[in-house]
Design a protein around this ligand. Structure first.
Ligand code: DX5
Ligand code: ZN
Length: 215
């Protein structure tokens, strides 16, 4: 089957020691860094943007995947591309002209993704599939780390797998217990924040990847 990838979410890391926290997860097998941008509009929380992404890209040797939980993300796409991220996902609920937005991401040399809120149907992106490189299924409501996994999202992953061969990411409440459920449904990229940084990030990242690969 598809190769399973572990992606630590820096939202749960120490923002004063981001690069070192990424390297700890990398020693545990992480192959991608999940970078959460929030604007206090689309979600009720505020994090970091392209300036911090640029510094992180310089400091580490893993690809950075930006998850934009922001309204009208178009203005932020050029600076994130300039920052050197490898991929950018937008929330289609927050985008009016999704074709234009995804095309802009690809034109900048990045992979393009969409992140679906828990009640956003897979069919909402059916006509966007040709312009997508991956799909992120939110397994919590975006905005905060440490929330409880919504188990019904396994059915959404299964539905998406019937629609497309694109890699599926899952994000929210992913642990060594929930990761195998989502891999069993067809997920390939496991984003985990609090489950990685609650303890030794190397050990916890490895636990999640090992559990998922055993699924
Ligand atoms: C939630 C973010 C997630 C978050 C996941 O809004 O998109 O990436 O960091 O955190 P955990 O793994 O703690 O649910
Ligand atoms: Zn995220």
């Amino acid at each position: 089957g598809d190769r399973i990838v572990g992606a630590p979410s820096i939202l749960a890391a120490d923002f004063a020691n981001l690069a070192e926290d990424v390297r700890r997860a990398q020693r545990g097998g992480a192959e991608l860094v999940h970078f959460d941008a929030m604007d206090n509009q689309f979600v009720p929380n505020l994090t970091v943007g392209p300036v911090v992404a640029a510094s992180l890209v310089e400091a580490i040797d893993l690809p950075v995947d930006a998850h934009l939980m922001v309204d009208s993300p178009d203005n932020l796409i050029p600076p994130f591309i300039e920052a050197g991220v490898a991929s950018i996902s937008v929330q289609p609920e927050a985008v009016t002209h999704l074709h234009r937005t995804l095309t802009m991401i690809r034109a900048g040399g990045c992979e393009a993704g969409v992140a679906l809120n828990p009640t956003t149907p897979p069919e909402f992106i059916e006509w966007a599939l040709p312009y997508l490189d991956y799909v992120l299924v939110m397994t919590v409501n975006p905005g905060f780390g440490g929330q409880s996994f919504i188990p019904e999202m396994a059915d959404k992953v299964r539905r998406l797998k019937e629609m497309t061969d694109l890699p599926i990411q899952v994000d929210g409440g992913i642990t060594a217990e929930t990761a195998p459920i989502m891999v069993g449904a067809g997920a390939q990229v496991l984003v985990a924040g609090s489950a990685v940084y609650k303890g030794d990030a190397e050990v916890e990242m490895r636990k999640i990847i090992d559990a998922a690969r055993g699924a």
